[in-house]
Design a protein around this ligand. Structure first.
Ligand code: WQD
Length: 338
């Protein structure tokens, strides 16, 4: 069965391609390599023993998307990762984000609407909840006004899919709201490759550990949490990748309850920034150089998932601990810097 993975050379996309191939799916990747490299194909091949099909296409080029679906009429499922994802950049360049993340989504849905049956998995984000009023966060928590154009593209993306499913027979979709993805494949063949200075906590920690950055700034220790630092739900990327496979299987097997569903994908456990640092120190045996600085504007205090719905409906649960995920991130960082 052929599955299209857009953004399949990226961080979460590449791990999902591995899990799909392990389950026997034939994968075709579309990626424009704007934030990834064709070398990722070698890593996927080394792990799975199979090289996925790959087409370098920019999904903003509508005619190329049309042409792709004419040539691959046997695509039965689409997992759509391709998107721009830097929150700060989205504030500077909103139209770039709306064009990249919304325009491309519309083109893909147009193609899928032409088919008699199709299954679509969308990369959404816990960012749609903003600072939720209660923890853990269930899928019923209200979607708050987006803090950035990036966050808005995830909210709008969900709405566009929901509205399209309502009127398109045969189109079934699931939006997965990720919490904080981290880690790398245990083989260290694929992992996260942030361009420039990492904005996210875990790659900043591992880059500091390996000596690429001098010091980690911890953004605020005066939040109302156990140790004063912010709480997030760090989900291991391999667990997250597997959630995509079971979500796709749910749609392909006709097990979905409605033709548009939403699931949180997290561990259900919140960790503070200082706990994440401790995990790094434990698995690496190194002391991390860090200092407490002012709060980062826009940060919320706390976000962790209620995963009951995904546990019960998808039969999926995160398997790996923070330490295991951190160990994989550290192994990967050391490998790519050696
Ligand atoms: C985690 C924690 C920081 C860096 C991001 C995206 C968001 C969504 C989820 C996709 C926070 C602290 C970080 C550093 C620090 N992604 N931190 N020093 O903020 O939860 O959100 O992932 O949809 O859109 O922005 O993740 O990794 O940036 O931060 O102290 O150098 O680490 O304050 O508490 P965040 P993050």
């Amino acid at each position: 069965m052929k599955v299209l993975v857009t953004g399949g050379l990226g961080f979460i996309g590449s791990h999902t391609v591995v899990e799909l191939q392990n389950e026997g799916y034939e994968v075709v990747i579309i990626d424009d390599c704007s934030n990834s490299s064709e070398k990722v194909l070698d890593g996927i091949t080394a792990i799975t023993g199979k090289r996925p099909l790959f087409e370098k296409i920019d999904l903003k080029e509508k005619s190329k998307v049309e042409d792709f679906f004419k040539r691959h009429t046997d695509v039965q499922g689409v997992i759509h990762f391709a998107a721009s994802k830097a929150v700060g950049e989205s504030v500077e360049k909103p139209l770039l984000y709306y064009e990249n993340n919304i325009g491309t989504l519309v083109y893909l849905l147009k193609e899928l609407s032409r088919k008699s049956k199709s299954s679509f998995i969308f990369s959404s984000s816990c960012t749609v909840y903003g600072q939720a009023d209660t923890m853990p966060i269930t899928e019923n928590a209200p979607v708050k006004a987006a803090e950035s154009p990036y966050g808005n593209t995830k909210q709008m993306g969900e709405e566009i899919i929901r509205d399209t499913c309502k009127v398109t027979e045969g189109l079934n979709a699931i939006a997965l709201r990720y919490f904080n993805p981290m880690g790398a494949h245990p083989s260290s063949e694929i992992g996260e490759l942030p361009i420039g200075v990492p904005q996210n906590l875990v790659p900043f920690i591992t880059q500091t550990g390996v000596g690429l950055r001098e010091q980690l700034s911890v953004f605020g220790d005066d939040y109302p949490t156990s140790d004063g630092t912010c709480v997030r739900d760090y989900i291991y990327v391999v667990d997250l990748a597997k959630a995509h496979v079971v979500a796709l299987q749910r749609l392909l097997g006709g097990k979905n309850k409605t033709n548009y569903e939403v699931f949180n994908v997290g561990t259900g456990k919140g960790s503070t920034v200082l706990e994440v640092i401790k995990s790094f120190e434990k698995v690496s045996g190194k002391k991390l150089n860090y200092k407490i600085v002012d709060r980062r504007p826009g940060d919320i205090t706390s976000a962790y998932a209620d995963t009951t719905l995904a546990n019960e409906e998808l039969g999926w649960k995160a398997q790996f601990t923070l330490d295991e995920a951190m160990k994989s991130a550290w192994d990967w960082e050391q490998k790519i810097r050696s």
